[in-house]
Design a protein around this ligand. Structure first.
Ligand SMILES: [Fe+2]
Length: 405
């Protein structure tokens, strides 16, 4: 199984995991063969990545993700709030609080793990799914601060609702494919205040929840909006939501842009003076910078397959080396990079044909090596380790494990 960019090269490959539309409807199921018509359909729906089965690499357990049932349920609750807001209706805050608690439980169920939230999804329904993702990323980053349970739930509610003000922005502006005019940008920049007013006047929420909606575009260097706050004037919850917002906006596909590789997003965020550095590092300690199943190039020129994560070293995944430093295929072997001078340099969309053919000749060896890969698995994760000959679950971790209570 490998994580691959949607491109004509994938014609003939079989899907290793299903692809869903924004509301959870199945676009293509596991095992479906990708034809050129299906690939074009996926591109039109904004799906940029898929997991495909190859006959040259065995199945792997994917990185932790939000389970599909929780994603669909929380997304539905958030969409109801957004649609109601546009009609002038106040939200059912009991439903949103339950959704937020479910997200807290889902994150708590995988302590210390490195997450890769699914990119296998059409780009429609972007606002609701963005809210869900921002809440999960904010909670992951919040682990670093050891917040009490109540504050984490407040953070999850605030992060879920951070963009509720977009319900009041005309859809022609929200979905405009090109750059916004000055007037349109002015309207767009009012969404934090409109969201804040809605939450205070119509939802009667905790002031800390409304503050996240108001301040999630404020920046540490004073360059944000609407009030141009800086540093300590911005609540921790809003700083965490800002970091989660930027991560998801860059790492997820939108109808007007592809998703960027995690390592690229990480580098961008580390060099952004407007983001809280500590919050950025807190988030980057909990996401897989090179997701399991992807191909990478190392600084010494070797090509490798990411076969697992080491929670202590998000930038140093477990690797199966497939070539030497000149890119020549070799008998695959496992390498440990933590502590070494060599680093992962970049994610690759695909492997050269000669490398794939060589891996196919070594399938037995690869399966044996995967059995011995030492991944430091956080508590509760042991059952996710792939056994030799295991197939990927039909719907990733979601299908095999119900949501946490
Ligand atoms: Fe926003």
């Amino acid at each position: 199984m490998r994580l691959a960019e949607v491109s004509p090269d994938l014609e003939g490959a079989r899907l290793a995991r299903p692809v869903r539309a924004g509301r959870g409807e199945l676009l293509l199921g596991r095992g479906e063969r990708l034809t050129s018509a299906r690939l074009m359909h996926l591109e039109r729906r904004g799906v940029r990545h898929v997991y495909v089965d190859d006959d040259f690499l065995p199945a792997l357990a994917p990185d932790p993700d939000l389970d599909e049932a929780t994603r669909v349920l929380v997304g539905r609750s958030l969409r109801r709030v957004m649609e109601g807001a546009a009609q002038g209706e106040g939200p059912d805050m009991g439903e949103i609080a339950a959704a937020a608690s479910r997200l807290v439980a889902a994150v708590d169920a995988r302590p210390g793990s490195l997450f890769s939230l699914s990119r296998l999804r059409a780009a429609d329904e972007a606002t609701a799914q963005h809210g869900v993702n921002v809440a999960v990323f904010a909670l992951l980053a919040a682990d670093h601060y050891h917040l009490p349970e109540g504050e984490r739930t407040v953070l999850a509610v605030g992060a879920l609702l951070h963009d509720v003000g977009k319900a009041f922005v005309p859809v022609e502006i929200l979905r405009k494919p090109g750059p916004l005019t000055a007037d349109e940008w002015d309207v767009m920049q009012r969404h934090p205040e409109m969201g804040h007013r809605f939450l205070v006047e119509r939802a009667g929420v905790d002031a800390r929840v409304a503050a996240v909606a108001l301040a999630h575009h404020e920046r540490m260097d004073g360059g944000g909006y609407p009030r141009g706050l800086s540093e300590g004037q911005i609540d921790l919850s809003a700083r965490l939501a800002a970091v989660a917002d930027v991560w998801d906006a860059m790492a997820s596909p939108r109808w007007y842009k592809p998703s960027f590789p995690h390592a690229y997003v990480a580098a961008h965020m580390r060099s952004s003076p407007g983001l809280d550095r500590e919050a950025v590092e807190a988030l980057l300690a909990r996401v897989a910078l090179f997701p399991t199943g992807s191909f990478v190039r190392l600084t010494n020129g070797c090509l490798a397959w990411v076969v697992g994560q080491d929670p202590r070293h998000p930038a140093h995944p477990r690797l199966l080396l497939l070539t030497d430093g000149r890119g020549e295929p070799v008998a695959p072997y496992v390498a440990e990079l933590a502590g070494a001078a060599t680093r992962v340099e970049a994610a690759l969309p695909a492997l050269p044909r000669a490398v794939r053919d060589n891996a196919r000749r070594h399938l037995d060896r690869i399966a044996r090596l995967l059995e011995d890969v030492s991944v430091d698995v956080p508590p509760g994760e042991e059952e996710r380790r792939p056994a030799r000959g295991d197939k990927a679950p039909s719907d990733g971790p979601a299908a095999s494990r119900p949501a946490s209570p």
